[in-house]
Design a protein around this ligand. Sequence first.
Ligand code: G3H
Ligand code: 13P
Ligand code: ZN
Length: 325
Amino acid sequence: MAISYKELGLVNTRDMFKKAVGGGYAIPAYNFNNLEQIQAIILACTETKSPVILQVSKGARSYANQTLLRFLAQGVVEYAKEIGGGKNIPIALHLDHGDSFELCQDCIAFGFSSVMIDGSHLPYEENIALTKKVVEYAHQHDVTVEGELGVLAGIEDDVKAAEHIYTQPDEVVDFTSRTGVDSLAISIGTSHGAFKFKPGQVPRIRLDILQEIEKRIPGFPIVMHGSSSVPQDLVAKINQYGGKMKDAVGISEDDIREAARSAVCKVNIDSDGRLAMTAAIRETLAKKPEEFDPRKYLGPARDALKGLYMHKCINVLGSAGHAFD
Ligand code: G3H
Ligand code: 13P
Ligand code: ZN
């Protein structure tokens, strides 16, 4: 049975982005796959009074089971109200890296308020045609759409690109005007996962390309994927308690902060959350090997995740305090 996100109390990203671009901050887009992650996200964003985008990848949708996910999505606003003293922060439910029109259509029927159609691996004209088709459908339901131009190095869905294909600033006016997208994901040197730069490589992103893009489409909402900073204390803790994550490195928080002050109004973070949870679980199990109640290690993992997200909202993205602007 189809349900509109509006019936669930969710919002699309239009208003969030307008305020974020004007206010010089970025909305956190945190991925989730399970109950503890969704709790940590809502707790952190409610406590810091930050608007939030809850992201579900295609993989997360099948991992969590879409029927169960529906119940989580239906309860999330009520949960936010409960912990927010009767008032909930703005919450968008977003499909991350949608790869077909049908998947976007299905998510919209399911209660998503925002979808990404990732046609970035397609030839330019095919990316435009697919993105436009999704936009036309989504807008009939007042659902916002993110498109992508340029390809991130590393793994994007099942496609591996050895090198970044940076977004070409000369294409952005044509792409955004012909597709009608509400936001544009760009490739400026970020990448997915916990190994974003090779040893010896300078871990910087191309903020100069971002500036060129901004000049072409002033005020247009820009999205940055692959924006985990891979905190080295978390990597060290994982390795200390039996993990093997040699040479894991991410994007500097200074670069993310600078991007968030400009037209970047959505920053995607998944890997840092995975690291925070893994570090906490490894530590708990190493220190208390007799423990076998999942709540005893998932609880500390949830707390660690909440702390990480609060830090992002307050110190990196600047979204804290903007929920009720
Ligand atoms: O962009 C990718 C996100 O980190 C989601 O990853 O496809 O493994 O759920 P996933
Ligand atoms: P990270 O792997 O850097 O967390 O990026 C996540 C992402 O872009 C989700 O779409
Ligand atoms: Zn991504």
